[in-house]
Design a protein. Structure first.
Length: 230
């Protein structure tokens, strides 16, 4: 059995055989076409605004959810390092509960375990309230598993910590799953680069697909599709 990462087994392409995915993609594409692309433009602008305005600390949340990011071997890239550093700085100010999210996409460490190792290198207190969720491979699974682990605490405010471009999707999914969620940005500010704009466009497309697919499923009473996103 191969233990290396495969996009067809571990990544988003693994859903291509799922009829509900094709159903929601088709409806979303039709919605974009019928609005002459304006619906997609609105989602891009909304994603940009949320990404730019994301605060650097939670308003009321006592629990931090740190989203993992795919490792290069067992190495943490710059985006993931920024997420971990934001959590470290928050924990230095007050004793938040921390849930590290992210499973394995290969044979090495899970994303959650890699973040925990980095935090310990940076002086994480031995008595810190930290748990790991390392059974997930995407953002929706991150949040579903987090909801299970938190139990009743999932109904209290939680702070979603990630890169600015990723936060709009995190917030949309978290609220769909019933979280009282706030967002916290890893980076001090949004850096306007071609790569960032490409990420914003991709994230806006994810958000459009999820939101329109969910609304359509509710409209037609498709219970299975609704259950998968709530």
């Amino acid at each position: 059995m191969s233990t290396s990462y495969s996009p067809f087994r571990d990544g988003p392409w693994r859903h291509l055989g799922d009829r509900d995915v094709w159903h929601s993609l088709t409806v979303s594409a039709l919605a974009v076409a019928l609005t002459g692309g304006l619906l997609w433009v609105w989602f891009v602008l909304r994603t940009l605004v949320l990404a730019q305005r994301a605060p650097l600390a939670p308003a009321t949340a006592q629990t931090l959810l740190l989203f993992g990011k795919r490792l290069a071997g067992e190495a943490i890239d710059a985006d993931y390092a920024a997420r971990i550093e934001r959590v470290r700085s928050l924990l230095a100010g007050r004793p938040y509960a921390l849930l590290l999210l992210g499973g394995r996409t290969g044979a090495g460490l899970s994303e959650a375990a890699a973040a925990l190792a980095r935090l310990r290198e940076q002086g994480l207190p031995a008595d810190a309230n930290v748990r790991c969720e390392d059974a997930s491979t995407d953002t929706l699974e991150n949040l579903r598993n987090a909801r299970d682990l938190l139990g009743g605490a999932a109904a209290t405010p939680v702070a979603l910590v990630s890169n600015r471009y990723h936060l709009p999707r995190c917030l949309l999914l978290a609220r769909s799953l019933g979280f009282d969620a706030q967002i916290v940005a890893a980076e001090p500010r949004l850096r306007w680069t071609p790569a960032l704009l490409a990420r914003i466009a991709l994230e806006a497309s994810y958000c459009l697909w999820f939101d329109i697919g969910r609304r359509w499923a509710r409209l037609i009473g498709h219970r299975r599709m609704v259950d998968r996103v709530t």
